[in-house]
Write a protein that binds this ligand. Structure first.
Ligand code: AMP
Length: 190
């Protein structure tokens, strides 16, 4: 099984590169952001609670996203592999993911981090906000909060995978194709 964690700050290009990886390797895309937005669209209680935090640029509680991922792993038992996009975002989530996969006798193959500087991220998110319809992309204050949440709570997740010798970073600036070539070089070497 090929199980990749695509890592990087908001606006790094994780969604775009996930779709290219799915086309190439036939993996299942697990984006906690997409799953949460789908809960919001359906007007579920979980969605309503999550929306308040998301609109404010804050992370939703670990148990909420871990529960969603656990459910998706259970309902995709025949998958060739998974791309985790926007998850894990805290060390507690990374530990929970390891435990969930361990119970199914599978493992994370690698974390691939997209490196993009803060200035470029803000520029990309504001641009995306013009037509993504995402309230959290449209407001510079919320964008800065999301980047701060990432720096405070999510960057330690990279160390978690470095300690397991499963971390690689690639330059996240360039054309979509150039960036994908770098990611492909990592996956082909696994
Ligand atoms: P994303 O689409 O990955 O940028 O996520 C949008 C928002 O959903 C984030 O700013 C968080 O509020 C929430 N979110 C998505 N994934 C997670 C996660 N793994 N842990 C906590 N909050 C998350």
């Amino acid at each position: 099984m090929l199980n990749l964690v695509l890592f990087g700050p908001p606006g790094a290009g994780k969604g775009t590169q996930s779709h290219k990886l799915i086309e190439k390797y036939g993996l299942i895309h697990l984006s906690t952001g997409d799953l949460l937005r789908s809960e919001i669209a359906q007007g579920t209680a979980l969605g309503l609670e999550a929306k308040k935090l998301m609109d404010d640029g804050k992370l939703v509680p670990d148990e909420v996203v871990i529960g969603m991922i656990s459910h998706k792993l259970d309902t995709n038992r025949d998958a060739k592999g998974f791309i985790f996009d926007g998850f894990p975002r805290t060390v507690a989530q990374a530990e929970a993911l390891d435990a969930l996969l361990e119970s199914k006798n599978v493992h994370i193959s690698s974390m691939i981090a997209l490196e993009v500087d803060d200035e470029e991220l803000e520029r990309r998110l504001l641009l995306r906000g013009r037509d993504s319809g995402r309230p959290d992309d449209a407001n510079p204050d919320v964008i800065r909060k999301r980047i701060k949440e990432y720096n405070d709570k999510t960057t330690p997740v990279a160390t978690f995978y470095k300690n397991q010798n499963k971390f690689t970073s690639v330059n996240g600036i360039g054309s979509k194709e150039e960036i994908f070539d770098s990611i492909e070089a990592v996956t082909e070497a696994l």
